[in-house]
Design a protein around this ligand. Structure first.
Ligand code: GLN
Length: 310
């Protein structure tokens, strides 16, 4: 009910909420307000857009207290997807909590590139993919979901993150093909898998404080902090790859590595990888916004590798 006793319609509700979000400095206030209203009413965003002049039923009006509560969390700059408790990734709804980084649309490129690599290869080695720093499990789960032959090992240093990832694997019924292991990068592996994916932390430490409060105050620092220049973990992973390569290169399909990088890191990461892996084919792929986003490293099968390795 408005202050004048006139029943509020859907449009009034999200417009008032959008104005409050806007003055709190929240990004995309209109879209966010509509999404939140849709969430508490158990409807889609399209429904909210199509029913703008509807007045809430008494039953729907009960959701308004929850709407207000969640709105206040957004005004405190908590990320929308923690407030909603889920985020869609590669068409799959992933549960997200403050223990995991919220999956970003650009990270879907890791899934796309991996699925392209696996396509047509049969039989797939097991594991077909190792996803490092899996967080919510989004990349590992999306690959397993879309490639039913693939077994995936997903690692993270954070046990609370792995619990969320495990829950997401069950949610999408791939728990038999995705194995979660607490591990620092590739440290417990003795051979190179066919595909490695990783969205490692890559924000330069001193740039973290300049990020919006939603990221800097709520998302796990361990998932963002990439050391002094943002590339410390990426270099450490590439070093582990060179060490494994010195021992053997096991898959007869070689090894394909897809690492998400920051938009300004393309040439630095490319040169570091070329220096460390001179025998590999290395490139940087751009995202849909035209920004450098994925370092792709392709290592061919070593034909001198002992037969027991092939
Ligand atoms: N994409 C995140 C950001 O927007 C960074 C994620 C990461 O460090 N891997 O800041």
């Amino acid at each position: 009910m408005s202050a004048h006793g006139v029943p509020l319609c859907i449009n009034d509700l999200w417009r008032a909420a959008a104005a409050r979000l806007d003055s709190a400095g929240v990004d995309a206030p209109t879209n966010t307000a509509r999404l939140l209203l849709a969430h508490v009413l158990g409807k889609s965003k399209a429904w909210v857009a199509a029913h703008g002049s509807d007045v809430l039923s008494p039953q729907q009006a009960q959701a308004l207290r929850e709407f207000d509560r969640l709105l206040n969390r957004l005004i405190a700059r908590e990320p929308l997807f923690y407030v909603l408790g889920e985020r869609e990734f590669y068409g799959l709804s992933m549960r997200v909590t403050p223990d995991v980084l919220i999956p970003r649309p650009e990270t879907e490129m890791l899934v796309e590139l991996s699925l392209d690599t696996l396509k047509g290869l049969s039989p797939l080695p097991s594991p077909a993919v190792v996803d490092i720093g899996t967080g919510s499990g989004a990349v590992a789960i999306a690959i397993a979901y879309n490639q039913p032959q693939a077994h995936v090992i997903a690692t993270d240093v954070s046990l609370p993150a792995l619990r969320v990832a495990q829950e997401n694997a069950v949610r999408h019924q791939v728990q038999d093909r995705v194995q979660f292991v607490q591990m620092d990068l590739l440290s417990a592996f003795s051979t190179l898998p066919l595909v490695i994916t990783a969205n490692l932390p890559y924000v330069a430490r001193e740039e973290i404080d300049a990020l919006p409060p939603e990221i800097r105050c709520y998302e796990p620092r361990v998932a963002l902090d990439g050391g002094y220049d943002g590339m410390e973990l990426i270099r450490r992973l590439l070093k582990q790859v060179t060490d494994l390569l010195a021992r053997c290169n096991c898959s007869r399909h070689g090894c394909h590595i897809f690492l998400e990088i920051g938009a300004s890191q393309g040439s630095a990461v490319l040169h570091a990888a070329q220096r460390m892996l001179p025998q590999a084919h290395i490139s940087v792929t751009k995202d849909l916004n035209g920004l450098d986003r994925v370092l792709c490293v392709q290592i061919r099968h070593n034909h001198e590798c002992p037969a027991s390795c092939a």
